[in-house]
Every structure is written in C-alpha cells, then in structure tokens.
Design a protein around this ligand. Structure first.
Ligand code: ATP
Ligand code: ZN
Length: 726
C-alpha cells in the first residue's frame, strides 16, 4: 500500500492523504503522527490505498506509526463512519477528538501506574465511630481491591484513604490484568416482582440485536432488572456498557453495581482527570473492564467484547450534545448495538416521544413496569391554583401549611424550582426599565448573596445597578422568584429544618454536591431547595413531600418540546417523594390548573399525556413524525445573518429541492433567542418524513456551504435531529 487516508482533528469535512514509509505497516484504526502545515499532529488511519487524487509528489510521508494494533475494531470503525455521514461532521470530530488527551497527544496506548487499595488482614478493626472510614473499609472488604480513582468516584475522599492507611487498615495492592478472572456475582437480596420477572423473560427470549424500551414508573426497580440482565452477559464473558445522564449526581448507582458485580468496573465521565480517563478508556478498549459506566461520550468507547448496552433515563436531554459534534448518544447506542449484534435497553419512567413512537411501531420492544417494587404507591400530584393568592417567596398558603405538616412529622421536604438566583429580573419601579444583558437581549438574573446580576445565556456578570439607566430613579425592584429567594424565606421561616440549597450556584466545587447529598441522606437537613439537580435518581427514604413551585412557562413555550419536558420533569421530581414506607405527597402550584396538559397528566398519567402529545405532533406534522435538521447561522451583524439565510434559502430552492422532493424548508427565521453573547442568530429548519432523503439533501447543501464565501463572517452549524428549537 502506498498511501494512508487519515482523519485529523481539524474542522474540515475531509480526510488527508499521506505516504506510507517503507517497512512501516500502519493498520486501519491506528494512530499516526503526520505533518500538517508547520505542525506535527496525531491522526487516525481510515483507509489504505494504492492511489491518491492529489499530486503524488506533494504528498508528505507519515512521520511515525504510533500503534501496532488498531485502537478501534472493524465494527466500531463502521459505526464511526456512520456518525460522520449521518451527523455530517468533520471526520476528526468522531475519530480523533473523542480520544483521551494523552492518546490525542500521541503518547503510548499503555495503562498508567495507579494506586489500588485493599484491606489488611488481621488488622485492628476500624471503630464504627469513624463513620466514613468504617464505610470505606467495609466497602473494600466486600468488593476487594479497588483503584483509588474509583474509590473517589464512590464518594470516599483522599483524606479517608490516608486515615485508613495510617491506621494500617488498608494497603496498596497489585492487579494482574492479563489474567481474566470470572465475574463473581453477589446473590441479590430481593426476589423479583412479577412485572420484573415478565420483563426479564421477554428480554431473554430474544436473540441477537434488538432495542428494548423499559418503561417503568419511578421506583419500579428498573435498576434491578438491568442488573439481572447484566449478570447474564457478564457470566457469558462479555462486557456491559451502561450510560447514565450524570455520574457525579448519583454515586450510589456506581456503588450498587460494584456491590453486585465483583469485577473490573470503570466510570467514564467529564470529572475524571486526564490520567484517570486514559486508564478507564484503555481498560475498556483492552477488555479489562467488564462493566463500563459512563455519560454521553462513553457511548463510543471501544469495548471488544461488548454484549449489552443500557441507557438509563433515556429521555434525558444530556444525551444530546449541543455543540461541536451534535450527536444523540441514544441513537448512537441503538446503532452501535445493531452493528455489534447485541441488545440495547432504553430505560425511563418518562420515555421521550420519539422512543415511544418507535415502540408503538414495533421497532422497539416495549417492556413495562407499572408498579413500584416496594410496597409504596407513586404519589398523586395535587394541583394548587395560585391565581389571586398571596404568595410568600412564590409559595401559597396551602403549600406552606403542607410543608409545616411534613416537617412536624420529622420528614424531609423537597421544594423544586427550575430557576437559579434570587429573582429572574430587576426592573425600575418608576418607569419599568428592565435590566438586560445587551449582548443577549435577555433579563439579567439577580443573585443576591453574590451581589451580582448574571446573564444565564452568556454568563456576563456585573454588580447590580443602583439607578435606572433610563430615568435615573434609585427604586430598583426585583420581580419573580429563584431558588435563592425561596431558600432564604424557608430558612428564616423554618430555621429548625436546617434547609439546604442544591443548584449550580451552591455546588461549584468538586465533591461539594456529593457532600451535600450525603448530608441530606444522613438526615442533617429536613428542607431541600433546588433545581433539576434534585429531580432524578436520588433516593431519600425520609422525603415525603415534593413541592413544584412553578412550571407554567413550559405550557406556553415557543419550543414544541416544552410540554413533553415539563411532564417528564414533573413526574421525575414527584417520584422523589414517598419512596420508602411513608406515603408521599406532591404539590404542583400553577396559574393554569385547568390546562389540558396538566389535567391529562394528573388525572390519567404520563402515558395518556404521551398519547395526546403524539397526536398533536402528528396533526401539526412535527417530530417524531417528521425528521428535522436545523442549520443555525450566527454573525456579529444582523444583515450578515439575514443575507446568509436568504442565500441558503435560494441555494436550497434552486438547486437542491428538485432532487429531493420529500424535503422541505420548513422555516427560515430569527432564533427565538435571537441575540446571544453579542451575536445575531437565525435558524433554517428543514424537514422530511424520510430520514435518508433529508440526510442526502442536507449533505448536498453542506458541500455547497463549505465553498461559500459568506462562511468567513457567518458561522454556520448543522444540527441533525435537534432537541432544541432555538
Ligand atoms: N423486586 C424487588 N423487591 C423489593 N425491592 C425492590 C425490588 N426491586 C427493586 N427494589 C428496590 O426498590 C427501590 C427502587 O428500585 P430502583 O432504584 O431499581 O428503581 P428505578 O425504577 O430505577 O427507580 P427510579 O427511576 O425512580 O430511579 C430500590 O431501593 C430497590 O432496591
Ligand atoms: Zn448575555
């Protein structure tokens, strides 16, 4: 072979040819070091050819072949090609950018030395009084040698490790990864419910590739189902990949897997440092790790013996990447399972409409858990009409009384509000001037404790104004409610409840969230105020009341997905209440108690609302009945985006649409948030009921756009299957 075609981490939708040096044999899927401009860069060999379309004399040689063996299997290479073609992205995004940093820098694909801890036999017992040390020691004696990195992700700090070592209770261990030990599986404590049994049977009855939607109400024991199915695959000598929306939020999930499966487990997520990620990625790639728990991008981690993919909370918005490579990990997971001829489970209490439609059309097999696994029932949502009611920090009398009641019974209360800060706007009491971020044309949010106003779109922050910018009045007042305000009021009113606030402002430092959640679990706080962060995955046995302060804006949003999102969020937060013996209560405050979405959800449940929303989408010809692609335009000057939008419209109508009659330009318009961070934004929405047609048409369009002269001043991006209408 004379030439290698190489993917490089550059924003160009093409590959680059390099000469292969004599006596070197790069393989497809290997890293190579090549000259690019004045630099040397690391790329991945995509193809080997005898000929090149470029002037052969100008083609430079490969400097060095970095890997003897391919980093990616043939199946994974195939899937990556699919991603490049489907998401119409530069190949480097998929082939190079997803590598751990050290591999991207060309360092050897070898495991780095790491510290592994094990208990010391016959050591003095760790006193139970040293709670955390005791817990970690117990954890280690149950689970066997565990890497320091994983221990930290389980919520044990370096300090605890140091204490235990000083005490002589733990010591470093060595693990020989070349030896593949069979996975030891702890016998489960619970016996399955009938519904769990049926789901498992149906799953096992299918051979080869299949996609399953496991729709189970909150607390129905989906995780238990996952673990039983994982056991099958692990015993069979295969690897399992489990994707979750966030790992930091729920260290207990990781601990549950470790407690059940005694084998090498790795976690892959954004909070790892470079060497931790390097090792976790390589352990998966080498087949050392048998269970890989990860967030979005882990969907593409190499795993030679992959036997099952599980994607938990499949409706979660975090599976879709919103910049750079705009892929949806859920769709990639299904594709990957198909290529790999294995099964994939999408689990959720509130599945996304597109997944539900796939299940209705029998593309996915639908497994259902309609009851909680424990004796408790999913609490009913009570609607409180707050029209004309006096509110204290956004809370009405009925809500406050309920909070009092639950607190006096020594239970925990969760107050949920999807808005950070003290209040979402500052205005002038005299003339109505609104304090706005000029770069975004968006209200500044007032953060009282920080003494700042912050734009939640671009992050711009400033001290709050003393005077109105229009009339000079000093009467600046805040309007609307954020978590900080609710928290302040509750804290003053119920001081003995030791309220805690959990949102992105209050948990900034690493480990802070884990500590706060642990304190809640230990019962140190009776009142929790927070955002999305508190909505999912947590299991607080003493929590009996959930209050949803306000979700009204979702009922009248420009984004057609807002109602679906609202319902999902509501069901998830509601599901936090009454998870143990004690019955739960959920209060939803609203100005629109009779709104048909709310009524359907409350009286007939999420599934009925799903059906209703699906019917609406069908009538209005919206996704998931249509496929969408959005091309977003952005420029410093409004005229530039407008011109570009017209040009693209013209290009599409004149040259492209005739070949793809099923594809239409649905809208070309300013984005609902037209200005962001000083740039004007436009959207072009294309749609079709044929996915492949839409893809082919947009692919044509993208080729033309790449050659277009406006691309210097106007930034454009392609978003296939967008999740946000913005
Ligand atoms: N068959 C069973 N019998 C008794 N308890 C069970 C059973 N299955 C699961 N549980 C328990 O029920 C609780 C909820 O289970 P799990 O966390 O698996 O539910 P889930 O469906 O994943 O919940 P969510 O979606 O709300 O996070 C856990 O404490 C779990 O141990
Ligand atoms: Zn801004």
């Amino acid at each position: 072979m004379a030439f290698a075609r190489v993917a490089l981490a550059v924003p160009l939708r093409r590959l680059f040819d390099y000469k292969i040096q004599p006596d070197t044999q790069p393989q497809i899927g290997c890293r190579v070091l090549v000259p690019f401009g004045r630099n040397k860069v690391v790329g991945i060999v995509i193809d080997l050819t005898e000929t090149s379309d470029f002037d052969n004399n100008k083609i430079k040689p490969i400097i060095e072949v970095l890997d003897r063996q391919a980093l990616f299997s043939a199946e994974l290479m195939k899937m990556k090609h699919w991603m490049v073609n489907y998401y119409l992205c530069p190949p480097g995004e998929v082939f190079v950018n997803l590598l751990p940093k050290r591999l991207k820098e060309g360092k050897p694909a070898k495991l780095l030395a790491e510290t592994i801890w094990q208990t010391v036999e016959h050591a003095d017992p760790v006193p139970t009084k040293a709670k955390q040390q005791f817990a970690m020691h117990q954890f280690l004696s149950q689970n066997g040698p565990t890497s320091e990195s994983l221990l930290k992700q389980d919520g044990f700090s370096k300090q605890i490790i140091n204490f235990l070592e000083k005490r002589g209770a733990i010591q470093p261990a060595e693990i020989d990864y070349s030896e593949r030990k069979p996975v030891k599986i702890t016998t489960p404590e619970v016996s399955l419910t009938e519904e769990q049994n049926i789901a498992i049977k149906e799953f096992r009855a299918v051979q080869g590739f299949a996609t399953f939607l496991l729709e189970g109400v909150t607390g129905s024991g989906k995780t238990e189902v996952y673990m039983r199915l994982m056991a099958d695959v692990l015993q069979n000598g295969q690897q399992v990949l489990i994707l979750v929306p966030e790992i930091g939020l729920t260290p207990q999930t990781l601990q549950r897997f470790q407690a059940r499966f005694n084998c090498e487990i790795v976690a892959l997520h954004s909070e790892l440092n470079d060497s931790e990620r390097h090792n976790a990625w390589l352990k998966s790639q080498m087949g050392v790790a048998r269970v890989i728990v990860g967030t979005r991008s882990a969907v593409m981690v190499p795993a030679p013996d992959l036997g099952l993919i599980i994607l938990d909370e499949e409706h979660d918005a975090s599976y879709k990447q919103l910049d750079g490579l705009r892929y949806n990990a859920r769709d990639v997971a299904v594709k990957r399972a198909a290529d790999n001829k294995c099964k994939v489970i999408l689990g959720s209490a509130t599945p996304a409409l597109e997944t539900v439609l796939n299940a209705k059309q029998n593309k996915y097999k639908h497994l259902k858990l309609t009851q909680r696994a424990t004796a408790t029932k999913v609490p009913k949502i009570e609607v409180l009409d707050i029209k004309h009611q006096p509110l204290k920090a956004g809370l009405c009398y009925g809500t406050i009384e309920a909070i009092k009641h639950h607190l006096s019974n020594n239970n925990q209360v969760l107050v949920f509000l999807n808005r950070r800060g003290y209040s979402p706007a500052l205005i002038c009491h005299e003339c109505g001037w609104v304090c706005k971020c000029e770069r975004c044309d968006n209200h500044f949010t007032f953060h009282k404790a920080l003494r700042q106003i912050v734009c939640h779109h671009c992050g711009e922050a400033a001290p709050p104004p003393h005077q109105c910018h229009d009339c000079g009045s000093t009467q600046i007042v805040d309007v609307g409610i954020g978590t900080e305000q609710v928290f302040d009021w509750l804290n003053e009113t119920f001081p003995e409840a030791n309220a805690i606030r959990i949102d992105r402002d209050s948990v900034r430092r690493k480990g802070e969230l884990e500590n706060k959640l642990a304190a809640v679990a230990e019962g140190k706080h009776q009142l929790l105020v927070g955002t999305q962060m508190l909505a999912k995955g947590h299991h607080f046995p003493n929590l009996t009341l959930t209050v949803v302060v306000n979700l009204d804006s979702a009922l009248y949003s420009a984004d057609y997905r807002a109602a679906e999102r609202m319902a999902q969020l509501l069901v998830q937060v509601a599901g936090r209440a009454g998870r143990s013996e004690k019955a739960g209560q959920v209060i939803l405050q609203t100005h629109f108690p009779d709104h048909s979405y709310i009524q359907t959800l409350i009286t007939q449940g999420y599934q009925k609302l799903q059906t209703k929303l699906l019917e609406e989408r069908k009538q209005m010809m919206l996704p998931p009945y249509q496929y969408w692609t959005i091309i977003r335009l952005e420029a410093q000057m409004l005229e530039k985006v407008q011109q570009a939008s017209q040009q693209i419209e013209h290009l599409f109508n004149q040259h492209i649409v005739k070949h793809y009659t099923n594809v239409e330009l649905f809208a070309a318009m300013p984005a609902p948030k037209e200005k962001r961070a000083g740039r004007f934004r436009y959207l072009l929405v294309f749609q079709s009921d044929k996915r492949s047609m839409l893809n082919a048409a947009i692919s044509q369009l993208v080729i033309s756009l790449e050659q277009n002269q406006f691309s210097q001043q106007v930034r454009w991006t392609v978003d296939i299957d967008p999740q946000e209408f913005n």
